[in-house]
Write a protein that binds this ligand. Sequence first.
Ligand code: ZN
Length: 314
Amino acid sequence: MTAEPLGIHHVTAIATDPQANLDFYTRVLGLRLVKKTVNFDDPTTYHLYFGDEKGRPGTILTFFPWPQARRGIRGTGQATVTSFIVPAGSLGFWADRLGQEGVAAEQSGRRFEEEVLTLLDPDGLKLELVAHEQAAALPFWGGGPIPQESASRGFHGTTLTLEGYEATAALLSGPLGLRPAGEEGNRFRFAAASGGPGRFVDLLCTPDARPGRVAAGTVHHVAFRARDEVEQGTVRKALVSAGMNVTPVLDRNYFRSIYFREPGGVLFEVATDPPGFTVDETVDQLGTSLKLPGWLEPHRHGIEAVLPELDLAQ
Ligand code: ZN
């Protein structure tokens, strides 16, 4: 990296029912649907993006909802927990709210001096809300049901569950430029220097745990930020030098992406901040209509015919 790394760009997970997924992340957790598009590799299914008002990098959780997907297994070689930051003092609000919504949530105590609330989404994806001292100063989505003093400010980070952590640690602190930021038991924390959301990657070393299986209710990949395509090219070179098998740059319409599997088995991506989600609709309009990349636009009629209707009422 030529400059300080910025941390996580987005996390992509697998769901089953798109309407249940949409309802949970917008109505229960209060995120904004910032893009309704299709899986570019499988245009008969949705790709839903949730984030803050503008879908800033570091706030974006995306889903491939495959109604027929089998349930995955949480285990080694996976990003097993996706954590959001919420303002300090708001976990009581969240425990009450999740209880009223019938979502099982559990206070997990303190970790690195921060209180943590753990919950599962409708497909069993494991999430955390982490009460973070600096969260209140960060932007949030004010159009949802959660008051400002409790609303999510984007990601805290991700937890990777690994059989062995050393090779992944070397990759994070080498080509990806993160800094070691503490240890607690078998948890090894790495951090980006930026003060924005999505700074943390925790490696949880569990040599005796079972291997995970990526399917519904699990994370598909974790994407890290690159400021632009030049920085992405620099990171790509460093990854290749470190022995990673990296894809060519792919056009994901809202960012440019490269992918590789890190040594612990988790699929990583490096995605550019530009052009972002306002490339094809205004901030006000984000998420309100089905957006397709230029190469799929000629097939819009057929695509719309097979996608289930979604009720966007938030
Ligand atoms: Zn991605």
